[in-house]
Design a protein around this ligand. Structure first.
Ligand code: COA
Length: 209
C-alpha cells in the first residue's frame, strides 16, 4: 500500500472516489457534502490531496480545502474503500493529509466537521479539540458545501450555530505554546455516542413534526 500526494496522474480515480463517497453516505444513512469528479480533479491538480493505492487499486483518499484567505484549512472527504477498512488506513491517510496541510499552510488552523466516531478518534489523536461552530471559519463558501447534506435544514434552523456534526479544530499556535509533546488524547467514545443520540433526538424529532 502506498500513500502519496496526489497529482494529475490520478485523474482516472476521480469518478470512483465520488462514487465511493456517495455509496458510503447512503449506507451510513447520514448527511454528507456531495463532491463532483471535476472538484476532486482540481484537488489532484493543485497537490492538495492524498491518495492510497494498493498497486493500481484505489484504497483511500482525503483532500485539503482552504478557507478564509488561508486562515483555515479543512481536511475533508476522507474515504477508505470498503475492502480496506479497519486496518488503520484512515489513520495513515489523515496523518499524511494533516502533515501536508501543516507544510503548505503552516499558519492555518486545521478543522473538520464530522458525525463519525472514527474521524473523531483520529482527529483527537492528531491534537484536534472539539469546538463550537463559532470557532470555525465563517467563510460562506465552506458552509455552502453543507447544502447537499440532508441535515442542512438543521444548520439553517440553528443559524449555523450547531448541527449533527461536531466541529474539531487544530490550532498550530495553541500547540506550539506547549513545549513538550503530550501523549495523544483519546476520544471518549461513549460520551460522543450519547451526545450524538441527544442531538439526533433533538434535531430530527423537530424535523419530523
Ligand atoms: C470512516 C472511515 C474513513 C474509517 O476508515 P478505516 O480505515 O476503517 O479507519 P481506521 O482503521 O484507521 O480506524 C481508525 C479508528 O476508528 C475506529 N473506527 C473505524 N471505523 C469505525 C466505525 N465505523 N465506527 C466507530 N469507530 C470506527 C477504529 O477502531 C480506530 O480506532 P482506534 O484508534 O481506537 O483503534 C471509513 O469507514 C469510511 O471511509 N467510511 C465512509 C466515509 C466516512 O464516513 N467518512 C468520514 C466522513 S466525516
Amino acid at each position: 500500500m502506498k500513500i502519496v500526494i496526489a497529482n494529475t496522474s490520478h485523474f482516472k480515480y476521480a469518478q470512483l472516489i465520488c462514487d465511493t463517497i456517495g455509496e458510503s453516505a447512503k449506507v451510513r444513512g447520514t448527511g454528507i457534502a456531495k463532491r463532483t469528479p471535476e472538484y476532486i480533479q482540481k484537488k489532484l491538480e493543485n497537490g492538495n490531496a492524498v491518495i492510497a493505492l494498493d498497486g493500481d487499486k484505489f484504497a483511500g483518499f482525503c483532500y485539503i480545502e482552504v478557507w478564509g484567505h488561508e486562515k483555515f484549512v479543512a481536511n475533508s472527504g476522507l474515504i477508505v474503500h470498503p475492502d480496506y477498512r479497519n486496518q488503520g488506513l484512515a489513520k495513515k491517510i489523515k496523518k499524511a493529509v494533516f502533515d501536508l496541510s501543516k507544510e503548505k499552510f503552516p499558519d492555518a488552523k486545521i478543522f473538520g466537521i464530522t458525525t463519525g466516531l472514527a474521524v473523531m478518534k483520529i482527529n483527537y489523536e492528531l491534537g484536534y479539540k472539539p469546538v463550537t461552530f463559532s470557532e470555525l471559519t465563517d467563510d460562506p463558501e465552506f458552509w455552502k458545501g453543507c447544502q447537499t447534506c440532508k441535515n442542512f435544514d438543521i444548520l439553517t434552523r440553528t443559524e449555523r450555530k450547531m448541527c449533527l456534526c461536531t466541529g474539531m479544530l487544530h490550532d498550530p499556535k495553541a500547540t506550539s505554546k506547549k513545549e513538550k509533546i503530550q501523549e495523544p488524547e483519546k476520544v471518549n467514545s461513549k460520551a460522543f455516542q450519547r451526545l450524538k443520540k441527544i442531538k439526533e433526538q433533538l434535531f430530527l424529532k423537530k424535523k419530523q413534526k
